[in-house]
Design a protein around this ligand. Structure first.
Ligand SMILES: *Cc1c(COP(=O)(O)O)cnc(C)c1O
Ligand SMILES: [Zn+2]
Length: 415
């Protein structure tokens, strides 16, 4: 276990400034919200003191197993829920026996509150308590907030959620159940983002919001650590990651990069960021080659609410992930996301929410574009289908495509 704060520094992705964790919390003081920070560890010492073999002998399960690569003095304030330790299913023939792509599914729908966001929110709660905060807050379209509410509940920590009025009912139900204080915002995520920031600055609350709190990727990156361990340190050729704010994509890259520094893996997979057609800022920026400062911000309108954003708040980390890994951005339309969700559920029993199913839709598209290249691929299923059931239910407008793909199956008629 790490002894002190001295063993990591924070570096701004934008200006390169380096800070000690005593000086800054969440963003670069020079670049403000545009200055995402990387946590950099004492990799030389870790290489000497720690090994894949010593990790294998460790009993601790879940994300805190990797606490030496976390930006905390210790894990003593970790929420008392099992976060992480999610299954990786080998489904080599998911795309059919003839397909050259061999597939694994990392199933994050099994997290305590039903999404990968638990990894970040668990770290937020531990960090907030370590900093002496008594209230934590977040702006969210749903999953980050239900995760923060659940993790806070396990620690008896007061939490305030800034949520667009239009958030899915299921996610709102979770927050109410967990006892969060909810501020319903008229408008989109961007209004919630601004209100939360203002309230945190006025009241001295700890702000977990993605894109403001640079520590969140340090929690989410543990999903990459688990995949490496589960694949016996043989990283796949490709990994498909849904992209909204870009935090998960950036985090997955950081996880692999940490392990590469330790010499535990030999290469980082090519990371494929998957966006929805009507929420495709990163995809457009990538293909145009333009600076992200001038790429047009369009009002997003994908039904996949958890990846529906105008301006990805973690765009710097997301772009680095794709560029540095030799990956790419793909874009899939809502119809193919809905079809992918139903197909994944029916073929594997993994029940994904629309945002999560986009990873599988991206894999299918990639397979069409590169039909002859034998490769191994992991798809990251980021959240449970129970979080927003509307795409699966035939009597809602958005479910028409889903019902159509199942038309031959009698159950569709019974629903
Ligand atoms: C948040 C979320 C995403 C997108 O993650 P970003 O970090 O915003 O890119 C994808 N799927 C699910 C289920 C999510 O909750
Ligand atoms: Zn900076």
């Amino acid at each position: 276990m790490k002894g002190s704060y001295r063993e990591f520094v924070l570096q701004c992705l934008r200006c390169g400034g380096r800070y000690s964790p005593h000086e800054v919390h969440t963003w670069c003081p020079a670049c403000r919200v545009d200055g995402a920070l990387d946590a950099l560890y004492d990799y030389d010492t870790l290489r000497r003191d720690w090994s894949r073999a010593s990790l294998a002998g460790q009993h601790e399960r879940g994300m805190w197993r990797y606490d030496r690569l976390m930006p905390l003095a210790s894990s003593r304030f970790a929420p008392s829920l099992m976060v992480g330790n999610t299954p990786l299913y080998a489904k080599p023939e998911l795309l059919g026996p003839g397909s050259p792509l061999k597939v694994w599914i990392k199933d994050e729908s099994r997290q305590p509150t039903g999404s990968l966001k638990d990894r970040a929110s668990a770290l937020a709660v531990a960090h907030a308590l370590e900093c002496g905060a008594t209230t934590v807050a977040v702006a969210s379209t749903g999953n980050a907030a239900s995760a923060l509410a659940g993790m806070s509940a396990s620690r008896g920590l007061r939490n305030v959620i800034f949520l667009p009025r239009t958030a899915p009912r299921e996610k709102m139900a979770q927050m109410i159940g967990y006892g969060a204080e909810i501020v319903l915002v008229d408008g989109h995520y961007d209004e919630a983002f601004d209100q939360c920031l203002q309230a945190c600055e006025q009241n001295g609350w700890y702000n977990r919001t993605t894109g403001i709190n640079s520590y969140m990727s340090e929690g989410k990156k543990t999903v990459a650590f688990e995949i490496c361990e589960q694949m016996d340190w043989q990283t796949p050729d490709l990994m498909f990651v849904p992209v909204g704010n870009g935090c998960i994509l950036g985090s997955v890259y950081k996880g692999f990069a940490d392990l590469l520094q330790l010499g535990w893996i030999e290469r980082i997979p090519r990371l494929i960021g998957v966006q929805a057609q009507n929420s495709d800022f990163m995809h457009r920026a990538w293909h145009s080659g333009q600076s992200m400062d001038i790429v047009e911000r369009r009002t997003p309108s994908s039904l996949a609410s958890s990846i529906n954003v105008a301006l990805p708040r973690d765009r710097l980390k997301a772009m680095r992930a794709v560029t540095a890994s030799g990956g790419e951005f793909l874009c899939v339309d809502d119809h193919s996301i809905v079809r992918a969700a139903s197909e994944l559920a029916a073929r594997t029993g993994v029940f994904a929410e629309a945002g999560a199913a986009s990873a599988y839709a991206g894999l299918c598209k990639y397979a069409e574009l590169h039909p002859h290249t034998p490769q191994t691929a992991v798809i990251l299923i980021t959240g449970s289908g129970l979080k927003d059931t509307s795409i699966y239910l035939p009597n809602t407008a958005t479910s028409v495509a889903a019902a159509a793909t199942r038309a031959a199956r009698p159950t569709a008629a019974l629903l």
